[in-house]
Design a protein around this ligand. Structure first.
Ligand code: SAM
Length: 253
């Protein structure tokens, strides 16, 4: 299924202009410290327009971003060029099949609920397996996700919002359909722009039980070392907040 097509992707930064990327980047920076040894090289799955990476690059990390959407990759490459960013490379690819050289990264990160795009537990397991291969011993897999306990209690509802992008107004209308037996919420998103561009996409957004995540991590040699709220990473997960952070460390072979 196609998501983040050219109209959605080129509207993305305007729609998330109010997202607190600097604060979240700081939380991720703290979570990377749970690795054994320093984290310098990070494989970022679903890197999008580099919202977190651009705030982390000054702390000495080097990123390689992999994103399924060709337009998101183009926008990231354009940002690297126009902002003169050094230490970030990007390529188009699918995290469910992406094979990095074994042991070549200190960390694998999925920033901003990228795991939601895994189509159920078998897909999540593929991503965890690919991350485990990419990591060196003691390296960490870090991601934020939706906590099943919280989404089941209070699922998303329909919403409409508007955003400004230079002289263009973007209207985003979202219809949310909870599919509890598949552990997902189908978000039918329509973007209408005053420059005449328009698109509709279904984002099947999956949520996860922490016990299922732990089981998959264990099966691939990764130890769950932290589950917390996100970005409030000193707070435990609860059924009152959707966003959680997960940190798993690769066991020595
Ligand atoms: C919510 S956006 C997050 C983008 C960025 N990390 C951020 O924080 O703004 C989800 C991103 O995941 C990408 N994505 C979805 N499925 C993917 C897959 N199978 N492999 C790689 N990227 C994927 C999308 O193209 C999109 O850029």
């Amino acid at each position: 299924m196609t998501t983040f097509d050219p109209v959605m992707a080129s509207s993305y930064d305007a729609m998330y202009a109010a997202k607190d990327y600097p604060r979240e980047a700081e939380a991720y920076h703290e979570l990377f410290q749970l690795a054994d040894g320093p984290v310098r090289t990070v494989l970022s799955f679903g890197s999008g327009t580099l919202g977190h990476e651009r705030f982390l690059i000054g702390k000495g990390y080097r990123f390689h971003g992999v994103d399924l959407s060709p337009t998101m990759v183009e926008l990231a490459a354009e940002r690297i060029r126009s902002e003169g960013i050094e230490g970030i490379t990007v390529e188009q690819g699918d995290m469910t099949s992406y094979q990095a050289a074994p042991g070549s990264y200190d960390a694998v990160a999925l920033f901003f609920n990228v795991v939601a795009y895994c189509d159920g537990l078998p897909d999540l397991e593929r991503v965890i397996a690919n991350a485990a291969t990419a990591l060196r011993s003691g390296g960490v897999l870090v991601f934020d996700a939706w906590n099943a306990a919280a989404v089941r209690k209070e699922p998303p509802h329909d919403r409409t919002a508007t955003f400004e992008q230079d002289v263009v107004t973007i209207t985003r209308a979202t219809t949310a359909t909870h599919v509890p037996e598949k552990h997902r919420v189908d978000l039918d998103i329509t973007i209408d722009r005053t420059d005449g561009e328009r698109t509709s996409e279904r984002h099947a957004v999956h949520y996860w039980d922490i016990a299922d995540i732990k089981r998959l991590l264990d099966a691939h040699g990764l130890e769950l070392v932290r589950a917390s709220r996100f970005p409030e990473i000193s707070e435990p997960p609860s059924d009152a907040y959707w966003a959680i952070a997960i940190v798993a460390r690769k066991r020595a072979a």
